[in-house]
Design a protein around this ligand. Structure first.
Ligand code: GLU
Length: 276
């Protein structure tokens, strides 16, 4: 068959748009397995959470979430050098996935029903709980019930901020974009306490010895999942397999010990993947 000129032009346009979609970076959500097959992955992490997701001054990335991302990528056949890490602040995680700007998010990201309306989750790969960070010399704040009238910092779009707004209306909630900004506000006395997951707070406390302490028994359960596109069932299954392998091989515990372990945070029970 002879392909006529306009038809050939049409075929070229169609081919171009397939390439544009596969490359992602705009509008359409990605598929983890197609990106992995193409040999690279874009992963959203935190850049400012010591022990979990941290961008170091030399441009390298360290933390438990980073190790989980590298392990999962490896199981999907992607070398760690072919992972591009992008900052995924709490309030932007769903959007980054929905717009195809990242393949997945590994960023202290709690699995919730509301978020599941927009993205899907593999995991959990870790279970944490909400706590409070205060100055080392503070003796008044001991748990969420002692916060009435106090100024409490948390992050926009996070479950701990939402929980305080819903359950403790007498607390003056001060939302910032990042937890590191909250910790600076605590350091200079602008706020009385910071709230988020205990594992995150433990990392900040360890970073500034003698300045802060984590108080309050964990008062929520935060199941950390790996977020990906809503309809990417294949990707979710592959990531769940990778998490199970990471746990059963001992790599999960080793990664914990080499990252969060330094803060004194105790190794919790191994997580069980939820194949919903
Ligand atoms: N795990 C909580 C959440 O996903 C708090 C930590 C965070 O904001 O990254 O919202």
């Amino acid at each position: 068959m002879r392909i006529t000129r306009p038809l050939r032009f049409g075929v070229a346009i169609a081919a171009l748009s397939i390439v544009a979609t596969a490359c992602g970076g705009g509008e359409e959500a990605r598929s983890v397995s197609s990106s992995a097959e193409a040999g690279n992955l874009v992963v959203g992490i935190k850049f400012d959470q010591p022990g979990l997701g941290l961008r170091n001054p030399d441009g390298s990335f360290t933390g438990f979430d980073v190790e989980v991302a590298k392990y999962v990528a490896g199981q999907l056949g992607v070398d760690e050098g072919n992972i591009e890490f992008r900052e995924a602040p709490s309030a932007q995680r769903e959007t980054l996935i929905e717009n195809g700007e990242v393949d997945m998010v590994v960023a202290t990201y709690s699995i919730t029903d509301t978020r599941k309306e927009k993205v899907s989750f593999a995991g959990p790969y870790f279970v944490a709980g909400q706590s409070l960070l205060v100055s080392e010399d503070n003796t008044d704040i001991t748990g969420p019930d002692t916060l009435e009238g106090r100024t409490l910092c948390s992050v926009t779009g996070s479950t701990p901020a939402q929980n305080i707004a819903d359950e403790y209306p007498g607390v003056q909630l001060q939302p910032y974009d990042t937890y590191s900004a909250c910790v600076e506000a605590l350091r200079n006395g602008t706020v009385d306490a910071v709230t988020t997951d205990d594992i995150i707070l433990a990392g900040y406390a360890a970073q500034s010895p003698g300045q802060f302490k984590v108080v309050g028994e964990p008062f929520t359960t935060e199941n950390y999942g790996i977020g990906l596109a809503l309809d990417d069932t294949e990707g979710r299954n592959q990531i769940n397999d990778a998490i199970e392998e990471m746990v059963s091989s001992g790599a999960w515990e080793q990664a914990f010990n080499e990252t969060v372990g330094d803060s004194g945070y105790e190794l919790p029970a191994e997580p069980t993947v939820d194949r919903y």
